[in-house]
Design a binder for this molecule. Sequence first.
Ligand SMILES: [Zn+2]
Length: 301
Amino acid sequence: MRIGIDLGGTKIAATLLDQGGGERARHRADTPRDYDGTLRALADTVATLERQAGVAGATVGVSLPGIVDAAAGTVRAVNLPWLDGRAFADDLASKLGRPVRIANDANCFVLSEAVDGAAAGAGVVFGIILGTGVGGGIVVDRRILPGANALAGEWGHTPLPWHRDEDGPPERCGCGRDGCIETLLCGAGLARLHARRTGEPLTSPEIAARALEGDVRAAATLAHHADALARALAAVINLLDPDAIVVGGGLSNLPGLYEAVPALWGNWALSPAPRTRFVRARHGAESGMRGAAWLWPPGAR
Ligand SMILES: [Zn+2]
């Protein structure tokens, strides 16, 4: 039995899975705004799930939106500032009387999809989240590849490759640099692209809706966005050559995305017809807690 907890800035969502990934219990709670309260709420969550399922001693994994220093057992999360600098992994393990694994939520998303989601069966999985930002992560043989600096998969903050004039001038990114992939591929980037092409101030959901209604200008903006995504992913294919690329986040539902991008990425990848699968995430908002549950490999305890 395995427990996965998605610890967010306002909500805790948790699941207890059996060996096959079936859900045996589920629990939600508000996130307390202080350190000791958060530890207590997590301990309550574990106890509640085990009571519901009639089990004891489940493994515990935690997903959170921040940078996890696995060696030090500390985390830094903008939405959970009271965890800063604390020995969170050790303190939670003491409270629960068992070891705990903690990972970044983007990595948990990729793990969830690699184990029993849209990329199940793929050995090397690159997962991307296209939403208000552009995040990513890498899973190899059902294990997260964190990287020496906990940065593996942070592809959104690399430069958009094979620049085209119609991409426009490089935009300032939230990370402080110019021309990051995120600035063009995130939701606001899609809206900026459409505004520059047409003068129409539309949000990304409005652009998607208009394209579905047959609006040729919205469809052309989506084609440009897909072209930029194909270029950005061709660079990933050349570097990592994943078996599958799985897409989550609000923009994972853009119309035509899963046909357009694989039809284009061979124009830049060194292979003219990459075999990489390009798929939409299956688990949606549940991927954080499900991936956290899978932080412990089968038979770990
Ligand atoms: Zn950036």
